[in-house]
Ligand binder design. Structure first.
Ligand SMILES: [Zn+2]
Ligand SMILES: [Zn+2]
Length: 148
Protein backbone atom coordinates (compact mmCIF):
# COMPACT_ATOMS: atom_id res chain seq x y z
CA UNK A 1 0.00 0.00 0.00
CA UNK A 2 1.32 3.44 -0.91
CA UNK A 3 0.37 5.86 1.83
CA UNK A 4 1.17 8.93 -0.27
CA UNK A 5 -1.77 8.08 -2.55
CA UNK A 6 -4.23 6.37 -0.23
CA UNK A 7 -7.04 6.51 -2.77
CA UNK A 8 -5.28 4.18 -5.21
CA UNK A 9 -4.86 0.50 -4.43
CA UNK A 10 -3.77 -2.56 -6.30
CA UNK A 11 -5.68 -5.69 -5.40
CA UNK A 12 -3.33 -8.41 -4.11
CA UNK A 13 -5.50 -11.09 -5.66
CA UNK A 14 -6.65 -9.91 -9.10
CA UNK A 15 -4.14 -7.01 -9.45
CA UNK A 16 -6.83 -4.55 -10.46
CA UNK A 17 -6.09 -0.89 -9.67
CA UNK A 18 -9.08 0.53 -7.85
CA UNK A 19 -10.36 3.55 -5.91
CA UNK A 20 -12.64 4.10 -2.97
CA UNK A 21 -13.76 1.21 -0.78
CA UNK A 22 -10.94 -1.11 0.17
CA UNK A 23 -10.93 -4.51 1.83
CA UNK A 24 -7.88 -5.26 3.94
CA UNK A 25 -6.35 -7.92 6.13
CA UNK A 26 -4.68 -6.16 9.03
CA UNK A 27 -2.68 -7.04 12.11
CA UNK A 28 -3.14 -4.72 15.03
CA UNK A 29 -2.59 -4.46 18.74
CA UNK A 30 -5.91 -3.46 20.21
CA UNK A 31 -8.30 -3.76 23.09
CA UNK A 32 -12.06 -3.70 23.28
CA UNK A 33 -14.14 -1.64 25.68
CA UNK A 34 -17.32 -3.36 26.78
CA UNK A 35 -18.70 -0.58 28.92
CA UNK A 36 -21.26 0.32 26.26
CA UNK A 37 -23.52 -2.03 24.37
CA UNK A 38 -21.16 -2.00 21.40
CA UNK A 39 -17.51 -2.89 21.83
CA UNK A 40 -15.32 0.07 21.06
CA UNK A 41 -11.91 -0.76 19.61
CA UNK A 42 -8.83 1.14 20.64
CA UNK A 43 -5.79 0.18 18.60
CA UNK A 44 -2.20 0.98 17.94
CA UNK A 45 0.41 -0.72 15.77
CA UNK A 46 -2.19 -1.03 13.03
CA UNK A 47 -0.58 -2.62 10.01
CA UNK A 48 -2.24 -3.48 6.74
CA UNK A 49 -0.94 -6.77 5.35
CA UNK A 50 -2.79 -6.84 2.03
CA UNK A 51 -5.61 -4.96 0.33
CA UNK A 52 -8.29 -6.14 -2.09
CA UNK A 53 -10.91 -4.77 -4.45
CA UNK A 54 -13.69 -7.06 -3.19
CA UNK A 55 -14.69 -9.44 -0.45
CA UNK A 56 -14.32 -12.31 -2.93
CA UNK A 57 -10.68 -11.39 -3.52
CA UNK A 58 -10.07 -11.09 0.24
CA UNK A 59 -11.66 -14.49 0.83
CA UNK A 60 -9.51 -15.99 -1.91
CA UNK A 61 -6.33 -14.79 -0.23
CA UNK A 62 -7.01 -14.85 3.51
CA UNK A 63 -5.90 -18.43 4.12
CA UNK A 64 -2.60 -17.78 2.40
CA UNK A 65 -2.03 -14.54 4.33
CA UNK A 66 -2.70 -16.24 7.66
CA UNK A 67 -0.47 -19.18 6.72
CA UNK A 68 2.33 -16.74 5.99
CA UNK A 69 1.77 -15.22 9.45
CA UNK A 70 1.81 -18.75 10.94
CA UNK A 71 -1.53 -17.97 12.59
CA UNK A 72 -4.62 -20.10 11.84
CA UNK A 73 -7.85 -18.15 11.22
CA UNK A 74 -10.24 -19.08 14.04
CA UNK A 75 -12.92 -16.36 13.60
CA UNK A 76 -13.24 -15.61 17.33
CA UNK A 77 -16.20 -13.23 17.01
CA UNK A 78 -16.65 -10.31 19.41
CA UNK A 79 -16.99 -11.84 22.84
CA UNK A 80 -14.88 -10.48 25.64
CA UNK A 81 -12.94 -13.72 26.17
CA UNK A 82 -11.56 -15.51 23.11
CA UNK A 83 -9.10 -18.33 22.66
CA UNK A 84 -5.61 -17.73 21.31
CA UNK A 85 -5.46 -19.03 17.74
CA UNK A 86 -2.15 -20.78 18.39
CA UNK A 87 -2.15 -22.17 21.96
CA UNK A 88 -5.91 -21.82 22.77
CA UNK A 89 -5.25 -19.96 26.02
CA UNK A 90 -8.00 -17.54 27.06
CA UNK A 91 -7.40 -13.96 25.92
CA UNK A 92 -9.14 -11.13 27.77
CA UNK A 93 -9.84 -8.73 24.92
CA UNK A 94 -10.38 -5.76 27.26
CA UNK A 95 -6.57 -5.76 27.64
CA UNK A 96 -4.24 -4.98 24.73
CA UNK A 97 -3.56 -8.00 22.55
CA UNK A 98 -2.65 -8.75 18.94
CA UNK A 99 -5.55 -9.40 16.59
CA UNK A 100 -5.90 -10.15 12.87
CA UNK A 101 -8.91 -8.62 11.14
CA UNK A 102 -10.59 -8.46 7.77
CA UNK A 103 -11.91 -4.93 7.26
CA UNK A 104 -13.81 -2.87 4.73
CA UNK A 105 -13.01 0.85 4.79
CA UNK A 106 -14.67 3.70 2.95
CA UNK A 107 -13.37 7.22 2.35
CA UNK A 108 -15.43 9.92 4.08
CA UNK A 109 -13.38 12.76 2.62
CA UNK A 110 -9.85 13.24 1.29
CA UNK A 111 -8.14 12.34 4.57
CA UNK A 112 -10.68 10.44 6.66
CA UNK A 113 -11.56 6.77 6.37
CA UNK A 114 -14.28 4.89 8.16
CA UNK A 115 -14.20 1.16 8.88
CA UNK A 116 -17.64 -0.08 7.87
CA UNK A 117 -17.10 -3.83 8.21
CA UNK A 118 -14.83 -5.72 10.54
CA UNK A 119 -14.41 -9.47 10.97
CA UNK A 120 -12.00 -10.90 13.50
CA UNK A 121 -9.78 -13.57 11.95
CA UNK A 122 -7.73 -14.46 15.02
CA UNK A 123 -6.53 -13.18 18.39
CA UNK A 124 -3.21 -14.03 20.01
CA UNK A 125 -2.26 -14.28 23.66
CA UNK A 126 0.68 -12.26 24.93
CA UNK A 127 3.04 -15.25 24.84
CA UNK A 128 2.30 -16.21 21.24
CA UNK A 129 2.28 -12.63 19.94
CA UNK A 130 5.75 -11.96 21.34
CA UNK A 131 7.34 -15.32 20.60
CA UNK A 132 8.48 -14.27 17.14
CA UNK A 133 11.47 -11.97 16.96
CA UNK A 134 10.23 -8.51 16.12
CA UNK A 135 13.03 -7.69 13.69
CA UNK A 136 12.49 -10.86 11.67
CA UNK A 137 8.81 -10.16 11.44
CA UNK A 138 9.38 -6.60 10.22
CA UNK A 139 11.80 -7.84 7.59
CA UNK A 140 9.28 -10.41 6.44
CA UNK A 141 6.49 -7.86 6.10
CA UNK A 142 8.64 -5.31 4.33
CA UNK A 143 9.50 -7.92 1.74
CA UNK A 144 6.11 -9.56 1.53
CA UNK A 145 5.43 -8.86 -2.19
CA UNK A 146 8.24 -11.29 -2.98
CA UNK A 147 6.52 -14.01 -0.95
CA UNK A 148 3.42 -14.22 -3.12
ZN1 LIG B 1 -9.45 -8.06 -6.68
ZN1 LIG C 1 -1.21 -18.27 22.67
Amino acid sequence: MELAQPEHFECFHCHKIFLGRVYEVVRERSRLHFDGRVAHVESDNFRGLECYCSRACLDARVDRVMAREHVPATYPGRSRIANCAICHASVDRSAFHVAYLATLSEPIDATTWDTVELDYLAVLCETCSTSKKRSNEDDLLMNFPSLK
